[in-house]
Ligand binder design. Structure first.
Ligand code: HEM
Ligand code: HEM
Length: 217
């Protein structure tokens, strides 16, 4: 069964590349490379939020945000090594997804309105000059949070592999797994093309914002 649609998979792997890129370049003196990676993350976050409403069933927020009772029941099953693999996020995977989308969006939004106090301003800093200083502080101080969340994400994937015997990674690459239950990620070809178009549009808009930003000099 199809677990993840193509636009969602492309989004995921681009997110990995751009978040790593933004992280590695955050200390560089030339801010423009950091800006490129960071704004690409912003474009991806906007895509993912829209896709959470109009994407495939497994991408839709309403299908993976579960009440605490379901999450607790799932964790109890997990501890007993009983939990089933499913075509979509598990109740725990659902919360992890919301946290990952929130933290990456947080970085991208605060970055886009921050400044380095000398020569650089994010593309939207001129729109909200009064909060740019605060946004810069919030942007710098969340570094440890991002590292922690990504380490937890990778640890969770390892736990699924070693404790539950489920390898979640191939489905994020080729889209499918043998699961019979869960919302699934199958969508029609026109829907896939529309998703890829939306993804490209969001990235293009983010890069356009860089090109159109007013000069600070
Ligand atoms: C996922 C996206 C992003 C990540 C992970 C990220 C990460 C970081 C980190 C860790 C720092 C602190 C570096 C230090 O303390 O020296 C930083 C600084 C900075 N980032 Fe980002 N960033 C992202 C997006 C953006 C975006 C979109 C922009 C603006 C276009 C931006 C602009 C800046 C600026 C101006 C600073 C320097 C603040 C200063 O030290 O004065 N960042 N970024
Ligand atoms: C910067 C690093 C990373 C970030 C920010 C990140 C972010 C995310 C996000 C947001 C999702 C949820 C997908 C959705 O939107 O529905 C996700 C799922 C997933 N990620 Fe990552 N990811 C990172 C690195 C990785 C790496 C290195 C791997 C592979 C080893 C990986 C494997 C997966 C898998 C298998 C899922 C699906 C989990 C499930 O079945 O519920 N991720 N990731």
């Amino acid at each position: 069964m199809v677990v993840w649609d193509l636009p969602l998979r492309i989004y995921h792997w681009l997110l990995v590349i751009f978040v790593f890129g933004a992280f590695i370049t955050s200390e560089w003196n030339d801010r423009s490379v950091h800006e490129f990676f960071g704004m690409a993350v912003l474009g991806l976050c906007i895509f993912r939020i829209i896709w959470g409403f109009v994407g495939s069933p497994s991408a839709k927020f309403k299908n993976f945000i579960k009440p605490p009772s379901k999450i607790i029941a799932y964790v109890t099953h997990m501890l007993k090594r009983k939990s089933k693999s499913m075509a979509g996020h598990s109740p725990v995977g659902g919360i992890a997804t919301i946290i990952l989308i929130s933290i990456t969006s947080w970085f991208a939004v605060t970055g886009s309105i921050s400044n380095d106090g000398i020569l650089f301003e994010g593309p939207f800093a001129y729109l909200v000059p009064s909060v740019s200083q605060l946004a810069t502080k919030l942007h710098q101080n969340a570094e440890i949070l991002l590292i922690l969340i990504v380490v937890m994400h990778l640890s969770a994937i390892t736990v699924y592999r070693l404790w539950l015997g489920q390898n979640l990674v191939p489905a994020m690459i080729n889209g499918s797994r043998d699961d019979k239950e869960g919302p699934g990620g199958r969508i029609s070809t026109p829907h896939t093309i529309a998703g890829l178009g939306l993804l490209s549009l969001c990235l293009a808009a983010a890069f356009l914002a860089i090109m159109l930003k007013p000069s600070v000099f």
